[in-house]
Write a protein that binds this ligand. Sequence first.
Ligand SMILES: CC(C)(COP(=O)(O)OP(=O)(O)OC[C@H]1O[C@@H](n2cnc3c(N)ncnc32)[C@H](O)[C@@H]1OP(=O)(O)O)[C@@H](O)C(=O)NCCC(=O)NCCS
Length: 212
Amino acid sequence: MSNQIVVFGAESAMAHEAVETCRRLGIEIAAAVVTGRPEWELLELDNIVHENAISDSLTKLPVICPVWLPQLRRRAVESARKLGFNDFMTIVDPTATVASSARLGKGVYVHTGANVGAGATIGDFALINRGALVSHHCHLRAYVTTGPGITMSSRCRIGEEAVLGVGCTLIQDRIVGERAFVGAGAVVIRDVDADTTVAGNPARVIKRSKDS
Ligand SMILES: CC(C)(COP(=O)(O)OP(=O)(O)OC[C@H]1O[C@@H](n2cnc3c(N)ncnc32)[C@H](O)[C@@H]1OP(=O)(O)O)[C@@H](O)C(=O)NCCC(=O)NCCS
């Protein structure tokens, strides 16, 4: 594992969490790249640079894009690529547990205390939040975001760019479609269509995107 990393999208609150994980892993932050308006106080981040002031030597280093919302994270990854970054690092907080048979894609962040079970697959640039429980043989596609403390029972399948809100629960074998949003605390007992927001216990549809 590289000893230096670039944090892209440092204006995101999640960047602060990822920086803490890097420190726990003994990885030095070579630069924290700001690409937009800060959501949070940036003073605690060292080496802040603006995206139009990135040197070639920085783009040779591994980079992480710890942004909460899938669409914004995808945008950050695309911007980083355009600037010349191509080594997207996966970081797993030392307090998290990932089964040896689980597979993590590139650019994944597994936050503090998360648990990823046997045979699970986590797609590129997915974000597994603090204390999330991803049971055995669950499959998460690229750019999925889980909120803190979710519970995903075995063999669930989560579509690209879907969001599982803080503390939600999925019973086993559920399928959540692409870009769906599961509300905070929801209990998902039926599959969730793509581009749909569900909430409550049991989870019911509260919104469908206009173009779905
Ligand atoms: C589900 C969610 C995305 C809906 O947001 P929204 O589209 O702005 O929806 P609204 O706030 O307009 O609420 C629409 C209706 O759904 C209800 N609702 C919204 N979220 C709900 C939830 N989590 N559980 C139960 N009901 C919920 C509202 O009470 C409202 O009902 P009403 O029409 O009878 O008054 C949002 O409430 C949510 O849960 N976000 C998760 C945030 C999260 O996990 N953050 C983690 C940060 S680390």
